[in-house]
Design a protein around this ligand. Structure first.
Ligand code: ADP
Length: 249
């Protein structure tokens, strides 16, 4: 794998909680503009890995590089500014603001960090326009003026993705994007993730295996905190260790 193809790389990632090793010496390489799935039975260490990659938790040992830069000690906010954004990080959706206003607030947050926010009236004028573009991109135009609280559950996921996209991340971490969704919403969100991945990278934890099979270019399987297997779905799903890990839970 050529170095420039790798956008996110974790080496020897380890997290101990009072003597219990939740993530053990994990190596993870995610290629640019791919959809990479992190799977494994409950308790495998997937959420802990996400927390480590975005520095919601500090690793006990190991290094993390994003775009060739060592981000191991960087704060979650700094990591987000560098372009690695976790969906729930800003998906604290404001229930009484409309869909459009929620996206606008997310765009404002991005701008607040930028020099332009204080300089250009025109940038502020553009916010509503850009918010509506994003609302449309995630298929929420008919719901644009609806308070977020009134959105059907599956559409809230689309709003979370829109508010994440507002930060213009190079790479998105999605934590179980299909959890609790019906088949129709799953199809809709899957196609949205596919579209998003055309010019961004996606790392997702997902339990729905048909979604993983359908969407992912590469899979890393964790079990008991360790990497059990990695590769494309066709090989990983036939790996006897993987089959056993799932059957054994
Ligand atoms: P997954 O997301 O794959 O279900 P987690 O990363 O949530 O797995 O958890 C991995 C293991 O680490 C589990 O055994 C869990 O109980 C343990 N764990 C997670 N967070 C903590 C914590 N803050 N303190 C102690 N143990 C934890």
């Amino acid at each position: 794998m050529a170095e420039e193809e790798v956008i996110l790389e974790a080496t020897g990632l380890t997290k101990e909680f009072k003597g219990f090793v939740a993530v053990k010496n994990v190596d993870l390489r995610v290629r640019r503009h791919t959809i990479h799935a992190l799977i494994g039975p409950n308790g495998a260490g997937k959420t802990t890995c996400f927390n480590l990659l975005t520095h919601f938790l500090s690793p006990t040992s190991g290094r993390i590089h994003f775009n060739g830069r060592d981000i191991t000690g960087s704060s979650p906010a700094a990591i987000a500014r560098m372009g690695l954004v976790r969906s729930f990080q800003i998906s604290a959706v404001f229930p009484h603001l409309s869909v459009r206003e929620n996206v606008r607030v997310a765009l404002q947050r991005k701008l607040r960090n930028s020099f332009y926010f204080w300089r250009s009236e025109r940038v502020l004028d553009r916010l509503d326009e850009r918010a509506l573009e994003l609302v449309e991109a995630v298929g929420l135009t008919p719901f644009a003026e609806l308070p977020a609280v009134e959105l059907p559950y599956g559409r809230k996921r689309a709003l979370e993705i829109a508010t994440t996209l507002a930060l213009d991340p190079e790479m998105m971490l999605l934590d179980e994007p299909m959890a609790g969704l019906g088949q129709e919403d799953i199809q809709r969100i899957a196609s949205l993730i596919r579209t998003v991945s055309r010019n961004r990278t996606v790392l997702m934890v997902e339990h729905n295996m048909s979604v993983v099979a359908d969407l992912s270019n590469a899979i890393t399987v964790l079990a008991r905190g360790e990497v059990l297997a990695e590769g494309p779905y066709e090989t990983v799903s036939k790996n006897p260790l993987v089959v056993e890990a799932y059957v054994g839970t």
